[in-house]
Design a protein around this ligand. Structure first.
Ligand SMILES: [Zn+2]
Length: 211
């Protein structure tokens, strides 16, 4: 059998031959083409047998924080395995290591665990975003506190330190820090006598964890 091939074809064949140098050491074009055809046939057969049937997705329970593997894969692919944070000038963070999948619309505020609502962030930028989110939350808490104060003149009971530590610990773990690291940071913040309130504690622990 003979066939006339163009430059593009020969380039592809050469590329395949290079990639298959272990499997087909002599680089025999017929062998390489046969392997390629096997793959093509297998793929098309699969495609036809499963045509129009999207793969069944494992349903995530509504309200679950768990990011399903399919969502993780799609997000990683879309974001090119790189942190998606962009600064004010639109320069994107170049971090490609220690990335975590985060909710754009925060999970704590009802953001769904979907591909559209998830993105890749490096640890420092995850922490940065959390600071913003918790900052907002802090303001909200202050507003409700003030409203409560207006209704009843008695000052609200101060939160016990232990409670704050546990909350901060939980938040840090949800941000992707290891529990042991988070606990150490909380201990360090306590030793430094950081004000035992949610926001100062969170700021202090984040500063310790993301120097
Ligand atoms: Zn980043």
């Amino acid at each position: 059998m003979e066939l006339t091939a163009g430059v593009a074809f020969r380039d592809k064949l050469e590329q395949a031959s290079a990639l298959l140098s272990h499997k087909v050491p002599n680089g025999d074009p017929a062998t390489i083409l046969e392997l390629a055809l096997d793959l093509l046939i297998e793929r098309e057969t699969k495609r036809r047998s499963g045509a129009g049937k999207p793969r069944k997705r494992r349903e995530t329970k509504p309200g679950s924080r768990h990011v399903p593997v399919e969502v993780q894969r799609a997000v990683r692919e879309r974001d090119g395995d790189q942190c998606t944070f962009s600064d004010a000038e639109g320069r994107r963070c170049s971090a490609k290591r220690f990335l975590t999948i985060e909710h754009v619309d925060p999970f704590a505020k009802g953001g769904p665990t979907t591909v559209d609502n998830c993105c890749l962030l490096c640890r420092p930028h995850n922490a940065h975003r959390a600071r913003q989110v918790f900052g907002d939350e802090h303001i909200q808490n202050k507003i409700s506190e003030a409203r409560a104060n207006r209704r009843q003149s008695a000052p609200p009971a101060p939160t016990p330190n232990h409670d704050v530590s546990e909350k901060v610990l939980g938040a840090l773990v949800r941000m992707g820090f290891k529990r042991a690291d988070a606990r150490r940071a909380v201990e360090q913040a306590r030793v430094r006598e950081v004000e035992p309130l949610l926001e100062p504690m969170l700021r202090a622990t984040l500063a310790i964890l993301t120097p």
